[in-house]
Design a protein around this ligand. Structure first.
Ligand code: PNS
Length: 161
């Protein structure tokens, strides 16, 4: 049976930290579903179709075993539907671990067969977060090398719109 994992998130925007975690997940699993959470409560920078387009452009050429999907509702329900064995999350710090642990335990309670695999981000991405990227970019700072080139292009376009 193919080993299938889900990498869930909001990806607003996709960063090189996310790409690094996806590359690591692809070494461990036959199939990796990058699952974009549709969260109507949040006001994102990029719409769902814009984020899907960015994910496709960046990930498709590099990672043949990656598919990109959206989900809403409980992650465990989506994992059951897709018959995934694992959820991937990236951790950069103890703070991330503290944020992830309750989710790991809750997801385990809801779906005991689903394992969460916490992957440690590379050193150079250890401070890269979507919110920090948006803040620095909006205040005129460079985020070159920290997010895919297409993300910078799209952020520039948004600024001039
Ligand atoms: O990139 P993010 O915003 O840190 O991702 C958070 C995400 C999408 C993994 C989390 O919010 C999630 O799984 N949401 C789906 C709803 C759900 O299952 N909630 C209970 C989690 S224990």
């Amino acid at each position: 049976m193919a080993r299938r994992a889900i990498y869930p998130g909001t990806f607003d925007p996709l960063t090189n930290g996310h790409v690094d975690i996806i590359a690591r997940a692809c070494r461990l699993f036959d199939e990796v579903i990058v699952a974009l959470l549709i969260n109507p409560g949040k006001q994102p920078l990029f719409s769902v179709p814009e984020r899907i387009e960015i994910l496709n452009e960046v990930l498709k050429p590099r990672f043949p075993q990656v598919s990109i999907e959206t989900f809403s509702g409980l992650l465990v329900d989506f994992a059951r539907e897709r018959q995934a064995q694992a959820v991937i999350r990236g951790v950069r710090s103890i703070k991330d671990y503290e944020y992830e642990l309750p989710m790991v335990l809750m997801n385990r309670r809801l779906h005991p067969e689903l394992e969460t695999v916490l992957l440690v981000a590379s050193e150079e991405n250890s401070y890269v977060s979507s919110s920090l990227m948006k803040e620095v970019f909006n205040l005129g700072g460079s985020i070159e090398g920290l997010v895919p080139e297409i993300v910078i292009e799209r952020m520039r376009q948004k600024k001039t719109q």
